[in-house]
Design a protein around this ligand. Structure first.
Ligand SMILES: NC(=O)c1ccc[n+]([C@@H]2O[C@H](COP(=O)([O-])OP(=O)(O)OC[C@H]3O[C@@H](n4cnc5c(N)ncnc54)[C@H](OP(=O)(O)O)[C@@H]3O)[C@@H](O)[C@H]2O)c1
Length: 248
């Protein structure tokens, strides 16, 4: 039976992805920090076909818990790990108080890097050889720092870079481990509830379909929806002397 582990399982994007996978009747291990929301997600996936659902409630920004969490998952092979938790913190507060910025960097980058290290170490110790995909949600925000959200953007840039290095390392060391970097644009979820929505906004279900497809096709990096690849290409091409004067 296929096992799928979801970090940040109560996220809107993760829930939409898990619903697509539920039809295959897998076993899920769901991790997030709200016990009540995890219960709702677990029940939903059971009714949609999941064979078994285990939940782990924890704050994933607490690095010291990661080794234990990975041990609690305690099952190999895992077909898919989806890393979907994250916070879009208060940029202005982080500019004034570095403790706020540090928490944002810890949740969105440091803790994910720590978790990935524990997962890879665990797979190495168990000498796992069955195909495993580790899909991690980064963001287009990591492609270029902007005044409106460079703290979150920096965390996602570091995450994207970490994943690139990890993929490059594992291609020979553990060729059965597939690392895919997911870069969503703007998605209408609780994380962006306060934002005014426009034409470029996607639904979590659209992003979920792209995540499932990218895993199936063994993509390395995927922008979702697809047009963000071209938007970010243009944004990256703007010379810094012009870019620094833009209000973005
Ligand atoms: N929405 C967008 O426009 C967008 C764009 C690009 C990338 N992304 C990325 O996509 C991923 C999913 O986001 P989403 O939009 O689906 O947001 P969401 O619905 O707000 O989900 C985020 C989830 O992560 C959980 N979480 C946050 N910090 C945690 C921690 N320390 N420990 C455990 N769980 C934690 C949240 O729990 P709480 O509710 O308790 O905080 C929430 O369940 C994130 O990595 C996000 O950065 C989103």
């Amino acid at each position: 039976m296929k096992t799928i582990v979801v970090f940040g399982a109560a996220s809107a994007i993760a829930q939409a992805s898990a619903r697509l996978w539920a039809e295959e009747k897998p076993r899920f291990v769901l991790i997030d920090r709200s016990v009540d929301r995890l219960k709702i997600v677990a029940e939903d996936l059971r009714t949609r076909g999941a064979t078994d659902v285990k939940t782990i409630t924890t704050d994933l920004s607490l690095l010291e818990k990661h080794e234990d969490i990975v041990q609690q998952i305690h099952t190999t092979p895992v077909a898919i790990y989806l890393v979907a938790y994250g916070t879009l913190g208060n940029q202005k507060a982080g500019e004034k108080d570095f403790a706020v910025a540090r928490q944002e960097l810890t949740t969105n980058f440091i803790s994910v890097a720590s978790l990935l290290t524990e997962i890879i170490n665990d797979l190495s110790i168990k000498k796992a050889t069955s195909p495993t995909t580790i899909a991690v949600i980064s963001s287009v925000a990591g492609d270029r720092g902007r005044q409106s959200n460079y703290i979150y953007g920096t965390a996602k840039a570091a995450l994207t870079s970490w994943l690139s290095g990890l993929r490059n390392r594992l291609v020979k060391e553990h060729p059965h481990i597939h690392i895919v970097t997911i870069k969503p644009g703007q998605v209408d979820t609780p994380m962006t509830a306060d934002f005014k929505k426009g034409l470029l906004w996607a639904k979590p279900e659209d992003v979920a379909r792209d995540i499932v497809h990218a895993i199936h096709k063994k993509r390395d990096v995927t922008y979702t929806p697809w047009f963000w690849r071209y938007i970010m290409l243009i944004i990256k091409l703007i010379p810094e002397r012009i870019f620094k004067r833009l209000t973005l």
